[in-house]
Design a protein around this ligand. Structure first.
Ligand SMILES: NC(=O)c1ccc[n+]([C@@H]2O[C@H](COP(=O)([O-])OP(=O)(O)OC[C@H]3O[C@@H](n4cnc5c(N)ncnc54)[C@H](O)[C@@H]3O)[C@@H](O)[C@H]2O)c1
Length: 395
């Protein structure tokens, strides 16, 4: 099949739609993102929480929010309207009256959602890749969007074996043609997108485009990608507070964090093999900012009655002058999907801008949004913000 290849290094024209393909399109974050975009378009809500609507970014030529057209894949077929009502208070962040206002348009967004292609036992992984590419191509034609950005919002996967992580591009492509070969679905999606010159964003802790071979593919094709694992709660606070201990020369002796949440993400993370992906990306931030390794612990537990309301309690023991022992504790209570959804909108606009400018490979300047940033070792939130502002203004 002749694939339509899109547009890195090209600016979208005024009024042209920007396609956003969500993997996990009926999940909590995706539904909140779509509801939020519709609500913003009609002035039913304000722009609080959107970084790209704040001052340094407003004049940087980002796609207008009303240019976004959503499509996507999910394993479930729950209608978006039903998914949105399920996220109403007290379970999630959405006000029932807001959902009622956007119901008609939510129903219209169904036209671009498709069932995720099945992974059939014994099949060559390339068949899955081709099925994804066919759906992306159809979405582009149906939506009129020359540029589409793929965003992974699917359930977190277990970490793959070390040999998969290290596969180079040749090794990865050989595996695509081996019947029954195991390749993480997030990596197959990342390959499918970037092989069509479609930028890819990984909001989850799954591997996605971070495999060695896929980073090479992004460079080869000149496609930008961003990830990994959106920084929305406890880790956001860590990356803001740990620099204070470093700057004041206070010695952190231990930093332990206990997270409880009750949504489907919380349920998935109650499987220890899946939680390993998340705790790995949450655990690196503090030592990397401090420059030494205090005792650290990250726990995530599922409490169904909390719904989308995530609570993090962190206990930080530290030493001051004369080795005086002191303690900081914080409690963070947030609606998981309301923290994540504006970042998805920000990322789509910023990745579109990067693609217009012909930027390729891992977008290190987007580290501000992620727990395990690609192509950037900086974890300090203020430094990440400065990098982002400088990059967006500078180029
Ligand atoms: N909410 C946050 O603050 C936050 C922060 C960082 C990362 N994340 C990550 O974002 C992702 C989404 O979170 P959520 O709360 O929306 O979870 P969710 O469980 O509500 O939604 C995930 C959706 O993905 C679908 N799905 C699973 N496997 C799929 C596949 N192979 N193809 C297509 N669809 C698939 C599921 O059916 C579900 O609808 C999770 O990986 C989570 O860890 C969330």
């Amino acid at each position: 099949m002749e694939m339509h290849r899109v547009t890195t290094g090209q600016r979208r024209s005024v009024g042209e739609p920007l396609g956003v393909w969500l993997i996990g399109a009926r999940g909590a974050v995706a539904t909140t993102t779509i509801v939020g975009a519709i609500a913003l378009r009609h002035g039913h809500t304000g722009t609080v929480g959107l970084v790209t609507e704040s001052d340094p970014f407003r004049a940087s030529g980002l796609a207008p929010l009303d240019a976004l057209v959503f499509g996507g894949h999910d394993l479930l077929d729950t209608p978006l309207v039903k998914a949105a009502h399920a996220l109403c208070r007290d379970v999630g962040p959405l006000a029932p009256e807001l959902v009622r206002l956007v119901e008609d348009e939510l129903a219209t967004s169904e036209q671009h959602l498709r069932p995720a292609p099945a992974i059939v036992e014994g099949q060559r992984p390339r068949e899955f890749v081709s099925a994804v590419q066919r759906d992306l191509d159809e979405f582009r034609a149906a939506s009129g969007a020359r540029r589409v950005i793929v965003v992974n919002l699917a359930t977190t996967e277990p970490l793959p074996a070390a040999d998969v992580l290290a596969l180079d591009l040749d090794g990865f492509e050989r595996r695509l043609d081996l019947p029954g070969a195991q390749v993480p679905t997030s990596a197959l999606y990342a390959y499918a997108a970037m092989d069509m010159d479609v930028p890819y964003v990984n909001f989850t802790p799954s591997v996605g485009a971070s495999l060695t071979g896929l980073q090479a593919l992004a460079q080869l094709r000149g496609v930008p990608h961003a990830g990994r694992d959106g920084k929305t709660g406890e880790t956001l606070l860590k990356s803001a507070l740990a620099p204070m201990f470093r700057m004041r020369s206070l010695q952190v002796r231990s930093w332990v964090g206990f997270n409880v949440l009750g949504n489907a993400d919380g349920l998935a993370l109650s499987d220890p093999t899946i939680a390993a992906s998340k705790t790995e990306s949450k655990g690196k931030v503090v030592p990397s900012i401090l420059g030494y390794e205090p005792h650290t612990l990250v726990r995530i537990d599922y409490v169904p009655t909390l719904g989308d309301w995530k609570t993090a309690w962190d206990l930080i023991q530290f030493e001051g002058f004369l080795r005086t022992p002191m303690t900081l504790q914080f409690t963070w209570q947030g609606a998981d999907s309301a923290l994540a959804a504006p970042l998805v909108l920000d990322l789509v606009r910023l990745v579109d801008l990067a693609a217009s400018r012909g930027e390729r490979g891992g977008l290190g300047h987007l580290a501000f949004f992620f727990k395990s940033p690609v192509s950037c070792e900086v974890h300090d939130l203020a430094e990440q913000y400065a990098l982002l502002c400088q990059h967006v203004k500078g180029a």
